[in-house]
Design a protein around this ligand. Structure first.
Ligand code: ADP
Ligand code: MG
Length: 609
């Protein structure tokens, strides 16, 4: 008995749809691309319920004849290529002829379309690949496509959709990419009847600020290169505008948005020393290259492409960006004030101390208790760690003269604190490390990581128990977010409130901050609030990261960075005490080693040879 059967068109289309249509944003992308390909000058995108209920795109492009309108829903039906040679000369966004067929397989679709020369428009209703009706009617020139109830017939896929803020974020991303790539086209976006974007045709730099961030206005450096193989145009952000999240980075190849970590590397390496570590420059760069040099057809959503000479592109791109930011490329300034007194200590052995070795080399058994593998709820034995410090006080030579380490401002602080007895015999060096004499040698603590651990556990507790105390601020601050960030903020606003933020929605992408967590050291409440959303955005695609943990981590890092300063003896003592009260004192929330023991043997060995 033969068992192989040909699948029906509607099943075949549903399967194909799995590749092209992953979520509402995929539909948005395909429809906007079609409108651009049709030569539209004005494009409106209307969505309801983050596209789950409705995605509508209205354009004033060339429209379709009645027959083409019907054909457009067939699989592998396209007006954009004819023969295989055309695949190497693609000038349109689409060419696979799959999008409409795929979308119509998993949604309820209404198409109204009219060419300039036709009197009547064609109106087609199609549901799950099944044509319900085709008639003539009235409609302006162009195409108007309504996609209702995406995945209505594939409940499993519908259930997999994320929350509205997250799906809306993806839609906004597609919309923004398209709007950036086509500043010569005017775009509007409505979500649940609210106008989110109204973008008039404009120059690219104006479009960039309209779409992304007004604050880029004075921060855009023009980038240009003209070679026979490749033309580059666009803008990069001047180094001071680099941000902590890598959101605003765009490559367009022949006006198609693409992702490429290789090309990203070319750009970021051009920025080299001009931006601080962990920050990411803005860029919107347009590469123009003869289509015969690229292959777009390696990915169904066409966001990855191959170049025939990647290395050449890398080199041209890098040098173009270097040129663009050349003016701002100042020699990195060196903080002489802070280092000048260190003398030969600059070659201090701590720098060479291996970071991860205290468990293997340490001969202090009790330390095992809070090694890397201890469970979060296993409290280290307080008495055991106290033993580490036994014998301190016998030898106080370790304590340096405070002036040796201090800049002028800090000297004042020090003089205030002089004479106060510390609880633990420990000192701080370089505003960075705490060192303390212990039985077996020296305990070296990374101040920043230690605070991160302490704060992290505190915030995590507060988020879960909703008991963060709030402290009213005298003059409430307003903070206006980008459209994407505002949309996403609804996902975490309750947690943010739990920690003690008192914030209210104020419409127009704006929140009012009335209170902040008490004990919080940040001066700039608005910036802090923004950075929480930013960080959430960075983590959002990572399924493995728990929202609460990510938020606690961000806050902890932020607060810990404010502690990069001369600590009082009380603060040093407090730091050590609190650190050893945490569940995992030896590792920071990011997995960095918080402390290490330099045994006497190791210290002695440093002086050999
Ligand atoms: P592709 O874009 O790869 O050709 P699609 O399924 O997206 O495939 O569209 C099929 C065809 O329908 C297109 O080739 C085009 O001829 C026509 N079409 C789709 N959308 C529009 C539109 N907005 N305006 C005019 N024609 C359109
Ligand atoms: Mg298309």
């Amino acid at each position: 008995m033969d068992v192989i059967r040909l699948l029906s068109d509607s099943i075949a289309n549903q399967i194909a749809a799995g590749e092209v249509v992953q979520r509402p944003a995929s539909v948005v992308k395909e429809l906007l691309e079609n409108s651009i390909d049709a030569g539209a000058q004005n494009i409106q995108l209307i969505v309801k319920d983050a596209g789950k209920a409705l995605i509508q795109v209205i354009d004033d492009g060339m429209g379709m004849s009645p027959t083409d309108a019907r054909m457009s829903f067939e699989r592998h039906a396209t007006s954009k290529i004819r023969e295989s040679a055309d695949l190497f000369n693609i000038k349109t966004m689409g060419f696979r002829g799959e999008a409409l067929a795929s979308i119509a397989a998993v949604a309820q679709v209404e198409l109204k379309t009219r060419r300039e020369e036709d009197e009547l428009a064609t109106i087609i209703n199609i549901e799950g690949s099944e044509i319900k009706s085709q008639e003539f009617g009235q409609s302006p020139k162009g195409t108007n496509l309504l996609i209702k109830n995406l995945f209505f017939n594939v409940p499993a896929r519908r259930n997999f959709l994320k929350s509205n803020p997250v799906e809306m974020k993806h839609i906004l991303e597609e919309f923004q990419r398209m709007a950036l790539a086509h500043p010569e086209v005017s775009f509007k976006l409505f979500h649940n009847d609210i106008e989110v974007f109204n973008l008039a045709t404009n120059k690219l730099n104006k479009r960039i600020t309209d779409v992304l961030d007004k604050s880029y206005r004075d921060q855009l450096a023009q980038c240009q290169a003209d070679t026979p193989y490749l033309k580059i145009s666009g803008y990069v952000g001047k180094p001071p505008s680099a941000k902590k999240n890598r959101g605003d980075q765009y490559f367009f190849v022949n006006k198609r948005f693409i992702k490429s970590s290789y090309l990203n590397h070319a750009v970021t390496s051009a920025f080299e020393a001009t931006i601080s570590e962990g920050t990411h420059p803005f860029y919107a760069l347009f590469l123009e290259i003869d289509p015969s040099h690229i292959d777009i057809n390696i990915h169904p959503t066409k966001t990855e492409i191959k170049f025939d000479d990647e290395k050449a592109i890398y080199a041209i791109l890098r040098s173009a960006v270097k040129q663009a930011i050349g003016v701002y490329n100042l020699t990195p300034s060196i903080d002489f004030e802070a280092n000048i007194n260190l003398g030969n200590l600059a070659l201090n052995p701590w720098n060479q101390a291996p970071r991860n070795d205290f468990r293997s080399d340490s001969n202090v058994g009790s330390f095992e208790n809070f090694g890397r593998d201890s469970r979060p709820n296993e409290r280290p034995n307080q008495e055991n760690w106290q033993k580490l410090f036994d014998g301190f006080g016998e030898n106080r030579n370790l304590e340096p003269q405070p002036v040796l380490f201090s800049s002028k401002i800090n000297q004042i602080e020090d003089s205030v604190n002089l004479g106060k007895e510390a609880e633990v015999n420990a000192i701080q060096i370089h505003n960075r490390f705490i060192i303390s004499q212990i039985k077996s040698g020296i305990l070296l603590i990374d101040q920043q990581s230690a605070y991160e651990r302490i704060f992290y556990e505190r915030y995590l507790r507060e988020i879960s128990q909703q008991k963060g105390l709030s402290q009213q601020i005298l003059f409430p601050k307003t903070v206006t977010l980008s459209t994407i960030d505002y949309t996403l903020s609804f996902e975490i606003i309750d947690m943010i409130r739990n920690i003690g933020f008192n914030v209210e929605e104020f419409g127009q992408n704006t929140y009012i901050i009335n209170g902040v967590p008490s004990q919080f050291l940040d001066e700039d409440e608005a910036e802090l609030f923004k950075s929480l959303i930013d960080q959430y955005k960075v983590n959002e695609n990572n399924q493995k990261i728990d929202k609460k943990e990510a938020l606690a981590k961000t806050l902890a890092k932020r607060n810990a960075s404010k502690m990069q300063k001369i600590l009082t003896k009380e603060e040093i003592g407090g730091l050590i005490n609190q650190l050893f009260e945490t569940a995992m004192p030896s590792v920071s929330p990011d997995g960095n080693t918080v402390m290490s023991i330099l045994t006497l043997e190791k210290l002695a060995a440093l002086l050999l040879n």
